[in-house]
Design a protein around this ligand. Structure first.
Ligand SMILES: [Zn+2]
Length: 195
C-alpha cells in the first residue's frame, strides 16, 4: 500500500525510530480518530512555521529575541556557549545557570570538513563586545570536536577582556550533555575551570 509505505518511510527517518516502530505508529494513526491525525499533522506544521532560531543567541524560539535574551533577570555578563539549541533546554532544566546562551550551530571537525567559519563565532564576538561580557562558559560535549572547538574559542578571545572557562568534570569524555543528569550538570557549572 503506497500511502501506508510513504508514512512508514517518513516516520522511520525520525531519530531512534526503526521500520518496525514506524509501522506501529502508522497503524496507530490509522486506528485513531481523524482529529488526532489532523492535530498531529497541524502541530508538526506549526512547529516548522512558528519555531525559529533566536537572532541573538541561535536557540529555538517563538519570539524575537527569545525569552532568555529578552529577560531583565538574566545576567548579561556571562554567556554559556553550546553546540546546539537542545543543549539550552538541558542546561535550563538544571536551574544552575542564570546568564545568557550562545548556540554555535555545530563543532569544529576537520575530518568532516567543518571549519570555524561554519559556526556562529562572528555573532558571538559581536555579542561579547556589545554586552561587555565578562565570562564565556564553554559547555560543548567532552569529545575531540567539543574540546577542539573550546580551544579555538579560547584563542579567538585571547585579546578580549573576557575569561573563558569550561564545565568541570562530571560529564564523561565522549559523553553527551543531553544525557547528563541535572545534579551532575549543576556540579559541572559550579566547578567550572579556566581554559
Ligand atoms: Zn536568544
Amino acid at each position: 500500500m503506497k500511502t501506508l509505505d510513504d508514512t512508514v518511510n517518513l516516520l522511520s527517518r525520525l531519530p531512534g525510530i526503526g521500520k518496525k516502530t514506524a509501522s506501529r505508529m502508522a497503524f496507530y494513526i490509522l486506528r485513531s480518530n481523524y482529529d488526532f491525525a489532523e492535530a498531529l499533522a497541524e502541530s508538526i506544521r506549526q512547529l516548522k512555521s512558528v519555531v525559529h532560531f533566536c537572532p541573538e543567541c541561535g536557540s529555538y524560539t517563538e519570539t524575537d529575541p527569545c525569552p532568555i535574551c529578552s529577560s531583565p533577570l538574566r545576567d548579561k555578563s556571562i554567556i554559556c556557549v553550546v553546540e546546539q539549541p537542545q543543549d539550552v533546554l538541558t542546561i535550563e532544566a538544571s536551574q544552575e545557570f542564570h546568564g545568557l546562551y550562545h548556540v554555535l550551530g555545530g563543532l569544529i571537525s576537520p575530518l568532516d570538513g567543518v571549519g570555524p567559519e561554519a559556526l556562529t563565532l562572528d555573532l558571538l564576538q559581536k555579542r561579547v563586545q556589545r554586552l561587555q561580557v565578562k565570562e564565556l562558559v564553554i559547555a560543548t560535549n567532552p569529545t575531540v570536536e567539543g574540546d577542539t572547538t573550546a580551544l579555538y574559542i579560547k584563542k579567538l578571545f585571547a585579546e578580549y577582556s573576557v575569561s573563558v572557562t569550561k564545565l568541570a568534570t562530571g560529564i564523561p569524555f565522549g559523553g553527551d550533555l543531553e544525557y547528563a543528569d541535572r545534579i551532575t550538570l549543576a556540579h559541572s557549572f559550579r566547578g567550572r575551570i579556566a581554559l
